[in-house]
Design a protein around this ligand. Structure first.
Ligand code: ATP
Ligand code: MG
Length: 276
C-alpha cells in the first residue's frame, strides 16, 4: 500500500476505486482565507476526492463555493489550511511542472505570437526548444490553428485565444489538465464547438482533466464523472457517473438520460441551498 492509499484507508472519498493510485487525491482538505481586516472566510470544508489517470472529472457548484480555490490548491499556488493533497502520489507543496492550467480568460502575452505563447512553459522550464516546437505545431493543428502560428493575440477571436491557452497548457506534456471556467467568456455556439474540440483533444492526449464549470450541461456532456459542490464552505455533496459512449455528439444533450442527469444535479444543488 503506498502512502496515498495508506492515508486513505478507512476514509470514504468521492471517486475511490479499489485498485490503482489516483492521479489526484484530496483527503479532508479545507481552506480558510484570512482577510487584511482579520475576517476568516471558510472557503472549502473537508474535501475528499480521487481522480484517476485519464479520467475527465467536472465540478459544478454555486458562485463563491470555493471551486477556484480548490483548483488553486491543486495547482500548488495557494496553501491549504488542513488536509492532505497528492498529485501522482507525491504531496502538493507548491507549483509544479506536471500540470497545465487553463483559466476563464486566455491571459496570452500580447507581445508573443501564437507559437511563442504556446511555447511559454517550454521557455520558463528551460525545455528543449526543438522537440517542443514540433509538439506545439501538432497541438496547434489539433485545435484548428495551423497557419495561425505567427498571428498575435489581438488578431484572434476569443475562442481562438482560448484554444491557444489550451495548447500552452498542454505543450510541456503535463499529466493533469486543470481548467477553471475555460469557456465561460465565450458565446454559446463557440462554447459548444469548444466542448467538442476539448473532447477530441482529451481523447487524443489522454490527460487527466479536472474541469470547473458553471454550466451543468457542459459538465455532463464532457465528463466521465460530475462532482457537485455545496454553497460556501464548499463541500462535495454528490457525485454522478456519466456513461454515454464516446465520442459524444451534441445530440446526446437531447436524450432522456442527459435530461435526467441535469435534473439530478439541479436537485442536488437546490437541496444544498445553492438554488432557489
Ligand atoms: N484571496 C482571498 N481572500 C479572501 N477571500 C477569498 C480570497 N479568494 C477567494 N475568497 C473567498 O472564498 C470564497 C470562494 O472563492 P472562489 O473564488 O474559490 O469561489 P468560486 O466557486 O470559484 O466562485 P465563482 O464560481 O464565482 O468563480 C468566496 O467567498 C471568496 O470571496
Ligand atoms: Mg471561480
Amino acid at each position: 500500500m503506498n502512502v496515498v492509499d495508506g492515508l486513505a484507508a478507512g476514509r470514504q472519498a468521492f471517486g475511490t476505486r479499489p485498485a490503482g493510485a489516483p492521479t489526484i487525491r484530496c483527503l479532508g482538505v479545507s481552506k480558510v482565507y484570512e482577510t487584511i481586516e482579520g475576517e476568516r472566510i471558510h472557503a472549502l470544508a473537508d474535501i475528499d476526492l480521487a481522480v484517476h489517470e485519464g479520467e475527465f472529472v467536472s465540478v459544478v457548484g454555486p458562485s463563491g463555493c470555493g471551486k477556484s480555490t480548490l483548483l488553486r490548491l491543486l495547482a500548488g499556488t495557494l496553501p491549504k489550511t488542513a488536509g492532505e493533497m497528492f498529485l501522482r502520489g507525491s504531496p502538493i507543496t507548491g507549483p509544479r511542472r506536471d500540470i497545465g492550467i487553463v483559466f476563464q480568460t486566455a491571459t496570452l502575452l500580447p507581445w508573443r505570437n501564437v507559437l511563442q505563447n504556446t511555447l511559454l512553459p517550454v521557455d520558463v522550464q528551460g525545455l528543449d526548444k526543438t522537440t517542443y516546437t514540433a509538439r506545439a505545431h501538432n497541438l496547434l493543428q489539433m485545435v484548428g490553428l495551423a497557419g495561425f502560428e505567427r498571428k498575435y493575440p489581438f488578431e484572434l477571436s476569443g475562442g481562438m485565444q482560448q484554444r491557444v491557452s489550451i495548447t500552452r497548457a498542454l505543450v510541456h506534456d503535463p499529466a493533469v489538465l486543470l481548467m477553471d471556467e475555460p469557456f465561460g467568456a465565450l458565446d454559446a455556439l463557440t462554447r459548444e464547438q469548444m466542448n467538442l474540440d476539448l473532447q477530441r483533444i482529451w481523447a487524443a492526449a489522454r490527460k487527466t482533466v479536472f474541469l470547473i464549470t458553471h454550466s451543468i450541461s457542459e459538465a455532463v456532456f464532457l465528463a466521465d464523472r460530475v462532482l457537485v459542490m455545496s454553497a460556501r464552505p464548499g463541500r462535495i455533496i454528490a457525485e454522478l457517473n456519466v456513461n454515454f459512449s464516446r465520442p459524444r455528439s451534441l445530440d446526446v444533450m437531447g436524450t432522456p438520460e442527459f435530461g435526467r442527469l441535469v435534473t439530478q444535479i439541479r436537485h442536488d444543488l437546490a437541496a444544498s441551498g445553492a438554488l432557489d
